[in-house]
Design a protein around this ligand. Sequence first.
Ligand code: SPV
Ligand code: MG
Length: 505
Amino acid sequence: MIKKTTQLRALLQSSQLELLMEAHHALSAKIVENTGFKGIWASGLSMSAAMGVRDNNEASWTQVLEVLEFMSDATTIPILLDGDTGYGNFNNARRLVKKLEQRGIAGVCIEDKLFPKTNSFIKGEAQPLADIEEFSKKIRAMKDTQKDDDFVVISRVEAFIAGWGLREALRRAESYMEAGCDAILIHSKKNTIHEIEAFMKEWGDRLPVVVVPTKYYTVPTEKLRQLSISMVIWANHNLRASITAMENVSRQIYEQESISSIENEVAPLEKVFALQGAGELADAEKIYLPQPEHEAKALILVRYPEAKHLVQQQMDQLNLGGIKNISIEDASNKNKSHQDAARQTDLQLLYQASRNLSGETIISFGEITYKPYLIDELLSVKNDIVILADADAEKVQAGYGITGTEPYTRLHFSATVAMKQFSKQLNNSSAHGVFFGLWKVSAKGAEILCETLAMLSKRSDFAQLTFEELFASMMKHHRIVIKYIKGQWLNVNDYEKLRQQGDEK
Ligand code: SPV
Ligand code: MG
């Protein structure tokens, strides 16, 4: 990264016309940089207006410095400060240089008027100019103070503004050059280029020249190029644009007592966050904040409302496993008046839930309970769709049978195999394991599941379809893996039976 001072010096010395754009706070500075400008003019008029005070040194120089610090922190291109008169004599001006260098400001421009100054476009003729010798020595003190050789000091000649002629302008520019400044800013409040043109003809290329065409804005930029001007400053247009924008939006909201018609006219919040660098913070948080073990979510399909106590138990277990984002899809919430006649199928329930399904998600039936380590078993498998299959075949009648490319052996204790069949037709001898309602999809698996459900939902026989058709459809195009386990889960019936036995004892 080239130093900001070096960047600004290079702009001044480049053979082409360079353009600096005004900013008055960190946000506008950032916008100027994002737009593509190579440098920022920290305008005294704009900064004071943004602070609600006049361009008469009403803001103290340290208050200006605070704004500059934010602007500098927010940007990587050089900032040239409009340093007014240097906020006092040589001693104040050299202290200013010291503090600007500390804050990464690339250069400062000071004007040959008296403190407290007035904006050049307010009664310019009435404004006394600084004594040439005093101002030249101030420049010398500033140049002697800078630690970085590339820090830029520009002398602004206000002779034309105060009603003096070309001779006075040249006399001053010559003296400031001898004092060691890096460039001359020649200012004019005329709406023509004549004063500037006359100055350039006499000045030649003794030092780079900077201009501020606020009043002669109709002069084509090409003309400034032809005059061999080094740098143009568009001095206050972000401030003025923001005034117009704020007046419009305030008036509309005031009149309409609503923000609804404004929403699409103002920058979206996402843009505000982007300008603040929210993305960088999110990335840094991933590196520097302790991370949750995983960001998986869970979806519990409550098929039997009477088993709600197990749902709560399952939520506690998921929480223990680090899963906080749990959604419940409850069949009893819907169609209350129709009860069994309209009872939702498992697939309808899952389809309903799929509208909010995204990201890695553990899916389970609500009427089961299981050892918490089964959650870790599922999360440890990175495939898109993974199903836990209980290799204890006695329980096939309790659910769907599953076969894999290989049956369970002790070697499968940590590995997975691809699923081949998922069916109620499989019996104890043909099934390799049983599906008991606990499975997981990755973010991509969630997409596959949602697409498949959406596709199946269009079928006229959707209300008759089961998980069998769901998994068969997904298996046509995608690999589903099974992870064998041995027991360690109960459904609500087993659970109640065990509880009763416990009570009887
Ligand atoms: C400023 O932007 O504050 C300037 C330039 O000093 S001008 O207002 O055009 O004088
Ligand atoms: Mg100014």
